[in-house]
Design a protein around this ligand. Structure first.
Ligand code: ATP
Ligand code: BTN
Length: 327
């Protein structure tokens, strides 16, 4: 078997075990082996791999294997039935959904979703922690004729679409920290990674990547250097499948509005969820630090920093935004 086919076959076997275990209860090594048509020793290897990817599987002598917590697997057919106008590539494992979309050749309205990312990325190559079947990791290809100067607002409207989707699912109180963080009471719930390629003549190719924490185990998240939170803490019955569908539907709507009218028509909505508004913040750019007060964003999505010398627009690119002590 060629290497690619071999790894796809292995993914199918891993998915098969996950599907079986997700039905609940214990399954003996022999029962799994019979179902997959492989040896018990090989089942043990596959189970180990799933554990290494972050799936909690309990092994009890005489009983077999079972999931430590109930797992809802994403279902390709159901997602396809609910979403229209997209082509879906649902993977068990990938390096980064943004890279997968790029590597397979950019396609407009292609949605790449993965249950696990081995090299999930945040801005400037920071690691995005992506354990198996715990959260959502997806990337959407979007081609636009909008000029590049107007795309500063894109990650902001993606955030707004997510806030809207969460509201539809009964989750309120979520805020957005410019330019790409989704937060709840100062804890990171998710992030947005927008990457551009292409040229002004043929239109820009945009990859919109989103990670949302749903029920990530704390031991899988040990390397995260900031406060974070799962959506399950806010809505215990949340379904990853429903969340993905609702978020993509809202995004479809917001992208259409953005294409038609740019960011300007979203300004007042942004103001409602802007975590930095009227807060003491610092803009970090390399060694430079500029202190000020958050004063909203402009019609192109640039951050407005109120300084002693007036309002300074700040563009996403290489800067980081931090809160300062006091009010
Ligand atoms: P900046 O303002 O510079 O963007 P940031 O901390 O938001 O700062 P990002 O690159 O946007 O940085 O996001 C990556 C950071 O997010 C990582 O360094 C890590 O601290 C955190 N992180 C990684 N994985 C997760 C996750 N699953 N949930 C929450 N936070 C995460
Ligand atoms: C951030 O907060 O810096 C953005 C994090 C974006 C993470 C998502 S997960 C799906 C997509 N694939 C990636 O490698 N990154 C984004």
């Amino acid at each position: 078997m060629a290497a690619k086919e071999q790894s796809e076959h292995k993914e199918q076997q891993l998915t098969g075990i996950m599907q079986l275990l997700s039905e609940g209860g214990f399954y003996s090594g022999q029962a799994i082996a019979d179902k997959l048509g492989v040896s018990r020793a090989y089942v043990w290897k596959l189970i180990q791999q799933l554990q290494d990817l972050g799936l909690g599987i309990e092994s009890v002598t005489g009983k077999g294997y079972r999931l430590e917590h109930q797992v809802e697997l994403l279902n390709k057919a159901q997602i396809e039935e609910a979403l229209h106008g997209f082509s879906l590539d649902l993977r068990l494992i990938t390096d980064s959904t943004n890279d997968k979309l790029k590597g397979d050749g950019f396609t407009h309205n292609k949605l790449v979703v993965a249950e696990y990312q081995s090299a999930g990325r945040g801005r400037r190559g920071r690691k995005w922690v992506s354990p198996l079947a715990s959260n959502l990791y997806w990337s959407l290809g979007w081609k636009t004729q909008l000029p590049v100067q107007q795309l500063g607002g894109l990650s902001l409207i993606v955030g707004l679409a997510i806030v809207k989707a969460l509201q539809q699912l009964g989750i309120t109180g979520v805020e957005l920290k410019w330019p790409n963080d989704i937060r709840y009471q100062g804890r990171k719930l998710g992030g947005i990674l927008v990457e551009l390629s292409g040229d002004m003549v043929g239109g820009l190719q945009v990859i919109i990547g989103v990670g949302l924490n749903v029920h990530m185990a704390s031991n899988a998240a040990e390397s995260i250097e900031q406060e974070w939170i799962n959506l399950q803490e806010l809505e215990p019955t949340i379904s990853r499948q429903q969340l993905l569908i609702t978020v993509i539907q809202c995004l479809q709507d917001y992208l259409e509005r953005f294409s038609d009218g740019g960011f300007e028509s979203f300004l007042s909505e942004w103001q409602r969820y802007d975590e930095c508004l009227n807060k003491k913040v610092a803009i970090l750019q390399g060694e430079d630090v500029i202190n000020g007060i958050g004063a909203g964003v402009d019609a192109n999505g640039a951050f407005l920093l109120q300084t002693g010398k007036g309002i300074k627009p700040v563009y996403a690119g290489e800067v980081s935004l931090r809160f300062r002590e006091g009010t």
